[in-house]
Structures are given as C-alpha cells and as structure tokens.
Design a protein around this ligand. Structure first.
Ligand code: GLU
Length: 425
C-alpha cells in the first residue's frame, strides 16, 4: 500500500504541482493502488529544456528558455498545449503536463499527457520575433514531437498562428507536410471547426450538468468569470446565452462588476478592439481580483491561471458551484473548505477538457483526411463532456468523495490498469 503522506518538494499543499501530487495520492489511496505502480504513474516520462537563440528586431540576439515535459505515454502519444508567459518554469510545465495526463484519461481520449512552455512575454514581442522564437522551438523539439509521439496545441499566450508556424517548421524538418503534429491550427491548414470555442463550450456543458444536479435554474443563476482570454470570454458568452447573468468578469487590467449583468458580446467587442484588453471598459464598476473571486454570485468560473483560490480566500467564496476553466486555479489546501461547505467544484481536468477533446477530433480528422461539419463536432464534444461528467459524478457518489478526487480516481484507475496490462521491462 502507498504511504498516505506525499513526499512533496516543500511539504505544503498551496502550490500547483504539490497540489496535484496530493490529490493523486488521495485518489490512489482510495483505489488501494500499490506504491510501485503509483510511483511509476506520477513520474514524468521525459523533461526537456532548450535554450532558444532568437534574433530580435533590434539586431540583438536573445536567449529564451523553452521546455517540453512528456509526462505520460501509457494511453497514447503525449498531448498538451504550449504556453508563452513570463513565469514559465519547469515546475509549472511539469504540473501542467501531469494535469494533461489526468485530463486526457478523464475524457477518454487516446493520449498520454504533455505540456510545453517558453519563458517570454508575447505581448511585448513583434510578430517576426514570435515567429522566429516558435520556429527555433519547433526545430529543437523536432525529435520529440510528432503525430505519434507528442502533439502540441495552444495554451495561455499562444494561438492558431503559432501552431501554423510549428507545423511549417516541423514539416520542413521531416520533409513532408505533417498537419497532425499540432492541433488548434487555422482552419485552412487542417484545423477543426469548433476548436476555438471548444474549451469554453466544455465549461458551459459541465456547468449546466452540475447545475442540473444541484437544482440550479440557469435563469436564476448569477456568475463571475475570472480571465477573459479564449477560455474566460467564450465561457462567459456561452453561459450568458443559456440565461445565466454574468455579473463580473476580469482580465489582467482588473475586475469589472455590474449588478444587472454585463453584456458579454459588448465586452468581447471592446476587448478585441482595445488590443486584447478590458482596460477602460465602461459597462461595469471596477473591482479587485479578490472581490471578483468572492463576489455574491452562485457560479464562479476561474478561467485565468493557476494558484488563484487558496486557503487565503477559499472561506470567503460565496458561490455554490465552481467550474474550473483554468488549469490548477485551486490549491489542494483550499479543497477542504469546499467539501466542508458542500460547494461543488467541477475540477479543471474535467471542466476544461473540451479543448483537448476537440483537439483529438482535429488529430483524427487530419489522419483520416476527412473533415467534419460543425454540427458533428458540437454533438460529439457535448456527448463526450456529458459522459465524462456523469462518469465522475457516479464515481464521487460511489466512493463518497468530492468531484475532484472522483475525477482523479477515474483517471488513475484507467492509467494504472493500462500500466499493469502493458507491464514493465
Ligand atoms: N491547452 C489546452 C489544455 O490545457 C488544450 C490542450 C490540447 O488541446 O492539447 O487543455
């Protein structure tokens, strides 16, 4: 049997990677998993660090740190996004890669888990600099990624244009066109319809499924959404379309609150026409990030970045339902507050898995060379997300645990059974 105390790097449960390890251990303990299988399951398979030399527009050469962690390949090739942000580091990428392994198992897509990142500030770089940085990364990782090895996708700070450069750089290096090496591509070069909105759509589907279980009527529900990137803005728009009143939104410029509800289409137009920022948005009062998270709403959707909900603020959250659009927004130390107060948390590895689900459809379409219409994408995504939600919900009931640990149980059960069948050498 495994020991109940995780030997975490620094012993506490407030940071991202240690939070994941702590929940893995809780789930493995409930499953009665043996120590050897557990240790093999959580250990990252491969961690790569590259130094990327890029010529900047001013003629200088700058060195950027890049990472790719392939956490697991038991269920299929590595799969997960690439993040461009200033705070990217190996611990974060390892945590995100571990999260992808679990997420992919929860939604039953035939992938292991991986994640990449480059420490940079894409907002301060020109298009040419971003292109050269991306090509340098693809060049250095060409032996690691591939449609059957590891398949990147967008994440915080990256988009379909960056995916296009990755495909091009990789294809040139291998000598043939290889669209299936990356997902989240532009439509014209083998992207899938529905991929852009896939993560937000999954957040909406799982939020509605959870609301039904809790007897919450969308027309009487109010929400706060943290983050206004791809996930936050589209989640807010789709939830509003279902009748939910979005009282608060936020981005890096701050929080915006309107008691009567924010017009999300207006906010999206504002954001897009103001250099991807809500700064100066007038349809609401300005609030702090803390005020947004603790706002008087029924539904909270953290859809920004990790480490937002901790033991510092968890006890002040008023929502009955939290649906995690971001990866790792809640620390393990905060979990118990929600269990005690009977607040349902639809965890990241379930709630935001719509993105990778449609990434799987994109990869499958690339391999078939046959492309689906939008109705088929939506239908299959909705079906996959609802099935995953029900699987996790039933597991939570069966083991008398919360939705987060239930999702970890679903994932660890699937991965550990596969590991045992495959064996070790
Ligand atoms: N970056 C997204 C995530 O965290 C999508 C990953 C993918 O599509 O591979 O789930």
């Amino acid at each position: 049997m495994i020991a109940t105390e995780e030997k975490t790097q620094n012993g506490h449960q407030e940071d991202f990677y240690n939070s994941i390890l702590s929940r893995c251990r809780q789930a493995a303990t409930i499953l009665g998993l043996d120590e050897d299988t557990y240790n093999a399951l959580i250990a990252p398979s491969k961690e790569v660090k590259v130094n990327l030399t890029v010529k900047m527009d001013n003629g200088r050469v700058k060195v950027f740190e890049g990472y790719r962690v392939i956490h697991s390949i038991y269920l299929g090739p590595g799969k997960g996004g690439i993040r461009y942000a200033n705070n990217v580091n190996i611990d974060e990428v390892r945590a995100l890669a571990t999260g992808m392994t679990l997420k992919n198992a929860v939604v039953d897509v035939p992938f292991g888990g991986a994640k990449g990142g480059i420490k940079c500030n894409p907002r301060e770089m020109t298009k040419g600099e971003l292109e050269r940085l991306t090509r340098a990364y693809a060049y250095q990782l060409a032996d690691i990624i591939g449609p059957d090895r590891d398949i990147p996708a967008p994440d915080v700070g990256t988009d379909s244009q960056i995916m296009a450069w990755l495909v091009d750089a990789y294809s040139r290096r291998v000598g043939f066109s290889s669209p299936g090496v990356v997902t989240g591509k532009p439509l014209v070069m083998g992207g899938s319809l529905g991929r852009v909105e896939a993560t937000g759509r999954g957040v909406m589907i799982t939020a509605l499924a959870a609301m039904e279980k809790l007897g919450m009527n969308p027309n009487e529900t109010t929400a706060a959404v943290q983050g206004f990137g791809n996930v936050g803005s589209i989640s807010a728009r789709l939830l509003a379309e279902k009748g939910i009143k979005i009282k608060a939104i936020s981005d890096v410029s701050g929080g915006y609150y309107n008691e009567k509800g924010i017009d999300i289409d207006l906010a999206i137009d504002y954001y897009n026409s103001h250099d991807m920022s809500l700064e100066g948005f007038t349809g609401a009062d300005i609030i702090s990030n803390d005020e947004l998270l603790t706002a008087d709403v029924n539904l909270l959707v953290p859809a920004a970045i990790e480490d937002q909900i901790t033991s510092q603020n968890a006890d002040r959250i008023k929502a009955r339902l939290i649906v995690e659009g971001a990866n790792g927004p809640t620390s393990a130390a905060a979990d118990k507050f929600f269990i005690d107060k009977d607040i349902m948390v639809v965890p990241d590895i379930l709630a935001n898995a719509g993105g990778v689900t449609v990434s799987y459809f994109e990869w499958a379409q690339n391999r078939m060379g046959y492309y689906w219409d939008i109705d088929r994408v939506y239908r299959r995504e909705d079906r996959a997300m609802n099935a995953a939600f029900e699987r996790v919900y039933a597991t939570a009931k069966h083991y008398k645990t919360d939705m987060r640990i239930a999702a970890y149980i679903v994932a660890i059960d699937k991965i550990s059974s596969t590991m045992k069948l495959r064996g070790v050498f």
